[in-house]
Design a protein around this ligand. Sequence first.
Ligand SMILES: *Cc1c(COP(=O)(O)O)cnc(C)c1O
Length: 386
Amino acid sequence: MAASVLSSPADRAGAVLTVDLAALAENWRLLKRRAGAACDVGAVVKADAYGLGLEPVARTLKAAGCATFYVAHLDEGLALRPILGAGPRIVVMHGPNPGTERDFAAHGLIPVLSTVGQVRSWRSFAMANDVLMDSLVQIDTGMNRLGLTPAEFTALMNDPDGFVGLTPLALMSHLACAEIPAHPLNKQQYERFTSALSAFRLKFADVKGSLANSSGLFLDKALHYDLARPGAALYGVNPTPSSPNPMIPVVRLSAKILQVRRVDAASPVGYGATFQALDGAKLATVSMGYADGLLRSWGVSGHAYIDDLRVRVAGRVSMDLTTFDVSDAPDSALGPSAMVDILGTRQTVDDLAKASGTIGYEILTALGRRYHRRYLPAPGSSAAQK
Ligand SMILES: *Cc1c(COP(=O)(O)O)cnc(C)c1O
């Protein structure tokens, strides 16, 4: 920001996003205790750490003891390496696009190899350059999204040159229904993964297994294997949707009220005039809309809080503005510094997701770039100096 700007970012912004790094660290430790000492509990920090900020999140988790970080894209890995320094493992889950192998090697980024093409090109790259570098081999065990198909894996296993030149750290797969413990696919994926892992260990004796995401860590310990890849739970999303949330909330979001008005007669509110305010109703408009990650679908029946008072969305969410019916709020609660709490203890990420017809993951990753971001420090960490 230009030096001639005299106001503070907090004063300029329309809303404040607070990220509690102490809660983040505590959530990682909670997962670590669940998984037990033998399991390397990493952290998935793709998509800017689920929208919460790669740098402060990664620094906090490293300070808490996390030693393996997972991103989706090579660019995310390249951004993460200088933040973490040389020590921690960085796994790039989408693996190398053709021609990018040398950047993995140069920055010590571990590729996940999910296609026959990726296995082949990594193999030739490793052999041509005499590179002995870890990789993960991903197989599909029933989700049909990404990973070697059973036929491709078998063909590579039966080909004496199939995996030659690779030094795989782990065999990996991903659970499709981990948040539904009774879903039969969990057992099927477990069985397929276990059998593929045993076969793979005949070639690579010490290779590790990696299957569990956040919810996977709340399934039977047999599914934890050696490398766990939790993301959402670290950020406070409930990994066990049918039971109370074992995680600590990490995110708070409060919007400033730009204007309060009282309507003199029953009147429509917002685009499309979809909401009728009653005669004498009080309305408050906040400086936040769908460009900031509030979904339009939330407008239909969503609500937020002013202190303990629940206030409902009045009409459609616009790009930069949202209006609430605050008729029940005393004028003393609507003063110049009044805020409407969108996320916090009264409305969690999961609550807001439910009210918007989506999941907490989408709420977090949709969080906008225009907030003033406050990072509450984790004790003993320098992560929050920002
Ligand atoms: C995103 C992702 C994860 C993390 O999943 P959560 O449900 O957020 O814990 C783990 N593994 C893979 C392959 C992923 O894409």
